[in-house]
Design a protein around this ligand. Structure first.
Ligand SMILES: NC(=O)c1ccc[n+]([C@@H]2O[C@H](COP(=O)([O-])OP(=O)(O)OC[C@H]3O[C@@H](n4cnc5c(N)ncnc54)[C@H](OP(=O)(O)O)[C@@H]3O)[C@@H](O)[C@H]2O)c1
Length: 244
């Protein structure tokens, strides 16, 4: 595998990408919005032009809304954006980049899912739906690609300290440790990567689903933070009480 990595966050992250690329000659950065078709086509064009092929796609971009679907005032925009980013983008990126991965031994597509793909949480129903959909998409595509040499992998993190979870939950894993564990299990050939506490919670869920869901909800329990009470943070779009 090559260690050249195209990275693709939206414009807010542009300075970080430019700095990372300046510091690492083998890193190629591309800033785009994966919820738009233009962003997905731009990634394909860049990978094709710069590398001619692709060994590893990690669909990590994600967002989590707090919209109250019981409120008639809640519009469609947030719902559309969350589904486009969390579910449709990984599907379209898979469809678009597969030709560049064909015939490359050991190539893999990793979809970052969540415990909420399996365990429902009332404060983020659309997020739960997108992650459940992404998990099943991963499994179904792995059947489609059986024998091709290309692997579909799901990666399920525990609660990780990031902008998405800032200010809530306890005993969170660092993003660095989570990424390192993801790569360790990927290199070990695992297709269903479960990281940190996600592994234990999935084991409990197998035999005691209600207990596992209660633990998940409690561990990631929302904490009402005055400074976040009406905040919407970029594409992560957290408002008020934060979900898992
Ligand atoms: N944190 C957790 O506890 C946890 C647990 C389970 C699963 N996950 C999953 O892990 C992944 C990473 O989440 P995180 O915790 O690191 O969240 P985060 O801190 O909010 O980061 C999300 C990342 O996705 C990017 N992104 C969002 N919308 C995008 C778009 N339309 N186009 C391109 N990039 C976009 C963001 O870019 P900007 O920052 O520039 O907006 C940011 O880099 C997500 O798929 C999430 O669902 C997280």
């Amino acid at each position: 595998m090559t260690n050249q990595i195209p990275v693709t966050p939206p414009p807010g992250t542009r300075p970080l990408i430019e700095q990372a690329c300046a510091e690492r000659p083998r890193l190629s950065g591309l800033v785009c919005d994966v919820s738009e078709d233009a962003g997905i086509l731009a990634i394909e064009a860049r990978v094709r032009a710069a590398f001619g092929g692709l060994d590893l796609l990690i669909n990590n971009a994600g967002m989590q809304m707090q919209d109250d679907l019981t409120d008639p005032a809640t519009g469609f925009d947030g719902i559309d954006a969350e589904i486009r980013t969390n579910l449709i983008a990984p599907i379209k990126l898979t469809r678009t980049l597969l030709p560049l991965m064909a015939g490359r031994s050991g190539a893999a597509i990793v979809n970052v899912v969540s415990l909420l793909a399996v365990m429902a949480k009332p404060s983020a129903p659309v997020y739960c739906a997108t992650k459940a959909g992404l998990l099943q998409f991963t499994r179904a595509m792995d059947l489609v690609l059986a024998g091709s040499g290309l692997t579909m992998v799901s990666a399920m993190p525990p609660l990780v300290e990031t902008a998405m979870t800032h200010g809530r939950g306890a005993n969170k894993m660092s993003a660095e440790d989570c990424a390192a564990e993801l790569l360790r299990q990927l290199l070990a050939g695992r297709k269903d990567i479960r990281i940190g506490q996600a592994r234990g919670q999935m084991a409990i869920h197998r035999f005691f689903p209600a207990l596992a869901e209660a633990i998940t909800r409690r561990r990631s329990a929302g904490v009402t933070l005055p400074e976040n009470a009406a905040a919407t943070s970029g594409s992560t779009a957290q408002k008020g009480r934060l979900p898992a």
